[in-house]
Ligand binder design. Structure first.
Ligand code: PLP
Length: 394
């Protein structure tokens, strides 16, 4: 291609002054063309889809940091009121990163009710590094005393997946740290959200989230986030994330940050709907039991979106028929999104567990999980009533 002059259209007005030689090949010139964004003052932060930054930039390389990632992390730290925040590619990578704090042949305590993939990760990780894995039902107060003296880390969700049992973070932390002050208390806060529970204020060292759920709220992006007030833990995780390369992508960070603008109003809607529909289902003659967390107003100050229920024995095999009758619920394990979802944990979120492991957890095929979206509550009630009524004819 020749070095002759070429089209200068309206971009000329906002282009940086071009100081390189005039005879330059258009290809080189095109490569170095950049719009001057310094005075553009957008109302929201644009996407910095850049892997590298110039040496004078406070950002260096997106595997370490990036403006969108920084902004997302700052927002989560503000909402959960913590000092430090680190984003990751998914919730699972957040859990995996935190496991990296453990030493070989140490002891890890995990609550018995936990997301199926987390459970499998703990099993496989511990097996490889000869870490002793101890499973305890920490939702039962007396069991907290079973945490072994030499425990290095305790991990639990509260409310738990499945069954939405709650665990007293302060009691677990005080007991474990009385025996080993360095014991790291890790709470998976995904199902509570930063608005309804702040684990660090109740004695946890680390709180983590699958940002894929409430933070996204639209089923269109994956991410994870780790929060702590402990600078030493933050520095270790920050360094490991840089070398592992498990940082969130800029576009995902931008999407998640955007969704967090509406977290509070979405949660308000989810909570009101969930509260009404759990009462409706609890009073339904075809339903044996509804699982909903204990909102104590101190540790957990609210709740919304997801509940579990159990069919009466007569209908326990009718999951497929029930979902076929529903019109407003998509099937699948998504949750906290705009539209409602229905799932069977036995074959979905906990499919990776063996039948014996599911049985030990009390997870049968008759346990159904509902995630309520942003539809009008009366429409969801009508849909559920109709789908249940249709089972009576079978
Ligand atoms: N933690 C909890 C409580 C979850 O429910 C999930 C996923 O369902 C995860 C972690 C994993 O998150 P992700 O799917 O973003 O990796």
């Amino acid at each position: 291609m020749s070095g002759q002059s070429w089209c200068h259209c309206s971009t000329e007005l906002i282009s940086q002054p071009f100081k390189l030689q005039k005879t330059m090949n258009p290809i080189s010139k095109a490569i170095h063309e950049k719009v001057d964004i310094d005075g553009s003052l957008p109302v929201v932060t644009p996407i910095f889809q850049a892997s590298a930054f110039e040496s004078e930039s406070p950002f260096f390389y997106t595997r370490k940091n990036n403006p969108n990632i920084q902004e997302f992390e700052n927002v989560v730290a503000i909402l959960e009121e913590t000092r430090f925040s680190l984003s990751t590619t998914t919730g699972m990578s957040a859990i995996h990163l935190v496991l990296g704090l453990l030493k070989v042949r140490s002891t890890l305590v995990v609550n018995s009710d936990i997301y199926g993939c987390s459970y499998k990760l703990f099993q496989k990780y511990c097996e490889k590094l000869e870490i002793k894995l101890v499973i305890i039902d920490l939702s039962v107060k007396e069991n907290i005393k079973k945490i072994p003296d030499n425990t290095s880390m305790v991990v639990f969700e509260t409310p738990t997946n499945p069954f939405l049992k709650t665990i007293n973070i302060r009691e677990v932390s005080e007991f474990a740290k009385a025996n080993n002050p360095d014991c790291c208390i890790v709470v998976d806060n995904t199902w509570a959200t930063p608005l309804f529970q702040k684990p660090i204020k109740h004695g946890a060292d680390v709180s983590l989230h699958s940002a894929t759920k409430y933070f996204s709220g639209h089923s269109d992006v994956m991410g994870g986030c780790i929060l702590t007030d402990n600078e030493n833990i933050y520095n270790q995780l920050h360094e490991m994330r840089f070398y592992q390369g498990s940082i969130l992508a800029p576009y995902s960070a931008w999407l998640l940050r955007r969704s967090l603008h509406t977290l509070e109003i979405r949660l308000k809607h989810h909570s009101e709907t969930t509260s009404q529909l759990k009462d409706f289902l609890a009073g339904h003659h075809m339903i044996k039991r509804v699982y909903y967390p204990e909102i104590d107003g101190h540790q957990l100050t609210g709740y919304g979106t997801l509940i579990f229920f159990e069919f009466q024995e007569k209908y326990s095999e009718y999951y497929r028929e029930f979902t076929n009758n529903l019109k407003l619920f998509s099937t699948g394990t998504g949750m906290a999104c705009i539209s409602s979802m229905v799932a069977q944990p036995y074959s979905g979120s906990h499919a990776s567990l063996t039948d014996a492991e599911k049985e030990a957890m009390g997870l049968s095929k008759s346990i159904i999980r509902l995630s309520f979206g942003l539809e009008f509550v009366d429409d969801l009630k009508y849909d559920l009533s109709f789908a249940l009524l249709a089972l009576a004819d079978l």
